[in-house]
Design a protein around this ligand. Structure first.
Ligand SMILES: *Cc1c(COP(=O)(O)O)cnc(C)c1O
Length: 394
């Protein structure tokens, strides 16, 4: 018998957390049910007071969702997790469950647009102030600490410019201040970065991206130590109801089985595409976490085991060149999603970051010529040909 404790991630992602019904199905079952019946009134009482462990209502727990949560915990090395309806439900619940009115959070400026809205606009409405810092400057995190700081929040690599924040260094500052560090690990994926091992307290994902990986369902997940999830997070989650549907959890579970294959291939292709773009005369700037010329290459080496499935680059011709390039692409589609099997190009300044003030945009490096490319599962030579032809048009 192999020891389950020694299973490598690829094995855990196929078998981890599997629960079988009395039919002993091979593929994980989809328990599309809201509630559960009890054999007696006594059993119902015991289920509700916790004496009899088991399912009560799918807003708090469901067998298919449970399998997804357990499999993610195994991958992440987390004590417990709760799956949510979307990535934003995960981020919002993780932050709201951690703070009270009168407290303070510190967040990196370079955040996914909606995450920035939660920090900058939603939390202050409830009396929680947020200080936004340049995440790559460790001294700014330190300077922002107040006696009532409870949470530090960052994503790394960042969307869309792929800059990298030193997670261990920010975790140290947070812990010294008596705060918890929450990391949005969407861009790195659990395969290339393990925030909990670097000192973070909570990890959040939009499962909509690489975990689904084929552009079908929305989802998210919050992972942390068992005590925080059960004591702090679960009551908030149970009573506010941002839960993932069993159907989506089932799709995500199947997505996890192929996650390593997809991420490895997409990262390998992204590395080749980054090298090609770096040498092209129409490209004025290229940022790829797998290259030695990445602005934080030393931190990438310290905290990531792989590059990224995304490439950020700037065309010298500005917005006009960026639009001509996007319009000339054939295989690569114009969209705002990422982590999909289909390659996707996005012009952040006019789409995902359109609502961000121009000054803040430029501060983050989101110029008119800047493009974010999510590399899919197509053959890399076909993608390179598509890019080469589109660059020739501008
Ligand atoms: C997409 C994304 C989110 C939000 O996830 P949804 O599933 O769209 O709600 C949050 N953070 C990052 C980094 C993302 O890429």
């Amino acid at each position: 018998m192999t020891n389950e404790k020694d299973w490598r991630p690829a094995t855990r992602l196929v078998h981890g957390g599997a629960l079988r019904s009395p039919f002993n199905e091979t593929s994980e079952a989809l328990f599309l049910t809201q509630g559960f019946v009890y054999p007696s009134a006594e059993k119902a009482e015991a289920r509700f007071n916790g004496d009899d462990p088991g399912f009560v209502y799918s807003r708090y727990a469901n067998p298919t969702v449970d399998m997804f949560e357990t499999r993610m915990c195994e991958l992440e090395g987390a004590g417990a997790a709760r799956a949510t309806a979307s990535g934003m439900a995960a981020v919002t619940a993780a932050l709201l469950a951690s703070v009270r009115a009168g407290e303070h959070i510190v967040a990196a400026k370079a955040l996914f647009g909606s995450c920035r809205y939660i920090a900058e606009t939603v939390l202050p409405r409830f009396g929680v102030e947020a200080t936004l810092v340049d995440g790559t400057k460790i001294e700014e995190w330190k300077a922002a600490v107040r006696p009532n700081t409870r949470v530090m929040f960052l994503e790394s690599p960042t969307n869309p410019t792929l800059s990298v924040v030193d997670i261990a260094a920010v975790a140290d500052i947070a812990h010294e201040a008596g705060a918890r560090l929450v990391v949005d690990n969407v861009f790195a994926t659990a395969l290339w970065q393990s925030p909990l091992k670097l000192g973070a307290d909570t990890v959040v994902y939009s499962a909509t991206k690489h975990i689904d990986g084929q552009g079908r369902c929305l989802g998210g997940i919050v992972l942390s130590d068992e005590e925080w999830i059960e004591e702090e997070f679960h009551p908030f989650f149970k009573h506010t109801g941002p839960s993932m549907s069993p159907f989506n959890a089932w799709v995500m579970l199947k997505g996890l089985e192929t996650l390593p294959l997809r991420i490895e291939r997409q990262t390998e292709s992204a590395g080749r595409i980054a090298d090609f773009l770096a040498d092209h005369k129409a490209v004025s700037k290229l940022i790829y976490p797998g290259r030695a010329d990445h602005p934080q290459a030393d931190i990438v080496k310290k905290q990531m085991t792989g590059g990224s499935t995304l490439v950020a680059f700037e065309l010298a011709g500005g917005k006009e060149a960026a639009f001509s390039f996007c319009n000339a692409l054939d295989i690569i589609k114009i969209s705002n999603n990422l982590g999909d099997a289909k390659s996707i190009i996005c012009h952040p300044a006019t789409t995902t970051h359109q609502s961000v003030a121009e000054e803040a945009r430029l501060e983050m490096g989101i110029t008119g010529g800047m493009l974010r490319f999510s590399v899919g599962l197509e053959h890399v030579d076909d993608l390179l040909a598509d890019i080469d032809e589109a660059l020739a048009v501008i």
